[in-house]
Design a protein around this ligand. Structure first.
Ligand code: ZN
Length: 189
């Protein structure tokens, strides 16, 4: 059967002008939402974190990838929901790059991340760098997905002024509600 799932994405700084059901996001292992051909658009919001969209023949997943959600086990949780279906498409949206995603202090959270994902961490004089994308590539390889087929928008949010970035926003001394990227999945019937 031909897949009826198609995906598209966009970035917005304020509220989208269309209905989109966002995942409930609390930086935990359940920060993703599942769309089906009969559902309205589903999505996640990010502001430096990595928006990941995966599709199978019957479902689309919009996933909030952060160092917190990865450490909490979001990929294991995701695997349960994907069941034995094959991943057909993978989309990675704009997120903070490894050079910019640096922590001067090695707190408990960073140490925990490093323990699980040592291959995604490197250190230099600036501090500890985290590569979110290398965790996702590693995951997809394990799911027998050819990572050269990932559709990617590799712009770094921090370095791209037109994209919302939590770290840039904070560095500019802003506070309150921060601007976000909405990555949404449309499913075609
Ligand atoms: Zn960067």
């Amino acid at each position: 059967m031909q897949s009826s799932i198609t995906l598209s994405n966009w970035e917005v700084v304020s509220n989208p002008a269309f209905p989109v059901t966002l995942a409930h996001q609390d930086h935990g292992r359940s920060d993703f939402i599942i769309g089906t051909p009969s559902s309205k658009p589903v999505g996640v919001y990010t502001a430096d974190c990595l928006p990941l969209v995966l599709t199978t023949d019957t479902k689309a997943f919009a996933i909030h990838i952060s160092r917190h959600t990865l450490t909490a086990g979001i990929l294991e949780e995701l695997t349960k929901s994907i069941d034995n279906e094959k991943i057909r498409d993978a989309y990675i949206g704009p997120h903070i790059c490894e050079n910019c995603f640096v922590f001067e202090e090695q707190g408990e959270g960073i140490q925990q991340f490093e323990k699980i994902f040592s291959y995604a961490v490197h250190k230099d004089t600036l501090g500890t760098h985290i590569s979110l994308i290398s965790v996702i590539e590693n995951y997809l390889r394990k799911q027998d997905f050819d990572i050269s087929a990932i559709i990617q928008d590799n712009r770094c949010t921090l370095e791209t002024p037109i994209l919302p970035s939590y770290r840039r926003w904070r560095a500019e001394g802003e506070n309150g509600d921060f601007p976000r990227i909405i990555t949404a999945v449309f499913t075609k019937t």
